[in-house]
Design a binder for this molecule. Structure first.
Ligand code: XMP
Ligand code: MG
Length: 171
């Protein structure tokens, strides 16, 4: 395994997060929202993004595990769901990365049954070429090629989440 080039350094990430924060503030126009942070990968992104927004935000957490076993069912299970009542709320799911799209679609579905007014999705990274189920996030930080990336919350076997940059990992 070899750590390869820096894809986005900390400064580039910070710039993009600021841009997204501004776009989101414009979109929500001062009305309050509930941010649902997808653990664990989206933690650094979510905290930087939320801190830069002026929109009044309540924070909830969700934890999805996708099982791409031998049968490749792509089943998604939840080990943590929002505790607060989402009825009638405007929800913003904050994701680290969209790959096949299964996790994001499952999160979207799990939140929709709680009768929110709307569910929006922002993801730091998107790998559109890898999509297997149809899912279109509302905001994307960076659209990337089909490479495995780590850092800024993203892990390989729980390692590298603490890196300030996003790097390509050659497996
Ligand atoms: P799906 O396929 O459900 O996958 O869209 C989303 C989840 O897959 C993991 N994932 C990655 N994790 N670097 C990572 O550290 C990557 O390049 C990568 N691609 C997918 C991640 O857990 C994400 O939530
Ligand atoms: Mg992971």
């Amino acid at each position: 395994m070899k750590m390869n080039e820096v894809l986005y350094n900390a400064a580039a990430i910070a710039d993009r997060v600021q841009e997204l924060a501004k776009e989101l503030d414009v979109a929500f126009d001062g009305s309050s929202i509930v941010a649902v942070v997808a653990l664990k990968g989206a933690m650094p992104f979510a905290m930087d993004l939320i801190r830069s927004m002026k929109t009044p935000i309540a924070v909830e957490l969700i934890r999805a595990k996708s099982y791409l076993g031998r049968e490749s069912t792509g089943e998604v299970e939840f080990s943590l769901l929002p505790e607060g009542d989402l009825t009638g709320k405007t929800v913003l799911v904050i994701e680290d990365i969209l790959d096949t799209g299964r996790t994001a679609r499952a999160i979207y579905g799990a939140l929709l049954i709680q009768n929110p007014q709307r569910v929006h999705v922002v993801t730091l990274l998107d790998k559109p070429a890898r999509r297997e189920v149809e899912f279109q996030p509302d905001w994307v930080g960076f659209s990337i090629e089909n490479v495995f990336v780590v850092g800024y919350g993203l892990d390989y076997d729980e390692a590298y989440r603490q890196l300030p940059d996003i790097r390509v990992l050659e497996l």
